[in-house]
Design a protein around this ligand. Structure first.
Ligand SMILES: [Zn+2]
Length: 424
């Protein structure tokens, strides 16, 4: 049999040793121990480099990405100001410019090796359905290259923002995949609970998963995460609910935090940490010591909760940086959550791959014979090196086709004294 692509001498993430991967008709057809490999249209020698089965970006806001190119500065640096300065801009959104900004970010995401991505999209009476229309167009545009899920995100609240509930149903009808939420952005705990109940009503109507922004605040009295876990079980939605940010969990007392983490585990809620944005936004009103704003990653993992991490923001009013590179987010998370031991660093690589895939309920994720041939060969030997160098993506293969590559240059600095004898 002639293969389309043969990737030789690759160290597969999660497996021992090196192997050769055969790809034909978009799928992995052989995983062999570097013996007699068949002919292939394209042979790529990984020379022992490591490879993962595509990165998963579980939490980004493509409708707002790059908006800082024309937005005023967020002077207080807070979530509140970031939301409020967007109001004027959202009123003048067009479907075309949303699709253009999102496409620019996705082109880089592809080169970074992201194969699956979940983006939130604002749904409220200010921007109406235009952001969702823009991202549905982009999802179609990138259909053959990236699996994109869109979440209807009521950032301005549901109970306190009349008209939002109807708009959420409208965008779900037009093809948005997942029901979002931001229950802490209501006027009372009772309204926050109502917000979550409405999200479950819509999810049941459309048989959709739920992915909410939960308690994105330092306030330890923000307690909607526990309500989300409770209503997940009551609605029988275990495994289908994801909570992003969950910063308040980082401010809870140990006793209450352990109670909530136990509820999340029981409810099968997936958790997403967003270290870049929350290191930047949270703790702004703290004197020293300042809180980090990142949820309790190690404690959630230790309790058996599925935890992934995501970019969240790219050059918008919330966060001035970001390039949708999972290695950069993993690197930040290692610092924010003090993941420094070898097994902790390996877990963070899982967080940007298989844990994200579990949260997005991606079928067919992983390198096995018969699976979709998605592969990212990194210019690194292990996860630590990949994070330390935010390593180049040597090759990105998607659905059996080579879609991106980085040519590795050797630079020679002739003015520097050689550290050791040069064999050349
Ligand atoms: Zn977010």
């Amino acid at each position: 049999m002639t293969l389309d692509i043969l990737v030789k001498n690759v160290a597969l993430w999660g497996a021992d040793g090196h192997c050769d991967l055969g790809i034909a008709d978009g799928r992995f057809v052989s995983i062999t121990l570097a013996a007699d490999s068949p002919d292939a249209g394209l042979v790529l020698d990984a020379e022992g480099r490591m490879a993962v089965s595509g990165f998963v970006e579980p939490h980004i806001h493509l409708d707002k990405a790059l908006i800082s190119e024309r937005a005023p500065a967020n002077v207080s640096g807070t979530l509140k100001e970031a939301i409020e300065i967007l109001w004027n801009i959202k009123r003048n959104y067009t479907v075309d410019e949303i699709a253009d900004r999102a496409s620019r970010v996705l082109e880089r995401a592809l080169a970074h090796g992201i194969s699956r991505l979940r983006t939130h999209v604002d749904v409220d009476p200010i921007g109406g359905t235009r952001p969702a229309e823009g991202l549905i167009r982009v999802r179609d545009r990138f259909r053959d290259l990236m699996d994109i899920q869109i979440v209807a995100f009521p950032q301005e609240g549901i109970v306190k923002s009349p008209g939002t509930e109807a708009l959420m149903r409208q965008v779900m009808k037009s093809g948005v995949d997942v029901v979002g939420g931001m229950p802490f952005n209501e006027l009372s705990p009772a309204d926050s609970r109502r917000h979550i109940e409405i999200a479950f009503d819509i999810a049941r109507e459309f048989d959709a998963d739920i992915d909410m922004h939960v308690d994105e605040t330092d306030d330890p009295m923000a307690r909607t995460l526990e309500v989300l876990a409770e209503l997940t079980i009551r609605n029988g939605w275990q495994g289908r609910v994801t909570a992003g940010h969950a910063c308040a969990l980082g401010s809870y007392s140990r006793n209450y935090a352990d109670h909530v983490i136990g509820c999340l585990h029981k409810a099968g809620v997936n958790m997403i940490a967003n270290p870049a944005t929350n290191l930047m936004l949270q703790g702004r009103f703290d004197d020293y010591p300042k809180r980090r704003g990142v949820t309790q990653v190690k404690e959630l993992l230790a309790a058996g909760v599925n935890v992934a991490c995501g970019q969240d923001c790219v050059h918008d009013t919330f966060y001035p940086f970001g390039q949708n590179d999972p290695l950069e987010i993993a690197f930040l998370l290692c610092h924010a959550s003090q993941m420094s031991q070898p097994d902790e660093i390996r877990t963070v690589m899982d967080m940007v791959t298989s844990h994200g895939a579990k949260a997005l309920r991606v079928p067919d994720f992983g390198v096995t014979v018969g699976a979709m041939a998605d592969l990212v060969v990194l210019d690194a030997r292990d996860a630590r090196e990949a994070f330390a160098t935010r390593s180049p993506r040597r090759w990105v293969i998607r659905k059996g086709k080579l879609i991106a590559e980085t040519r590795l240059e050797m630079y020679r600095y002739f003015d520097l004294p050689a550290a050791r004898p040069n064999k050349d």
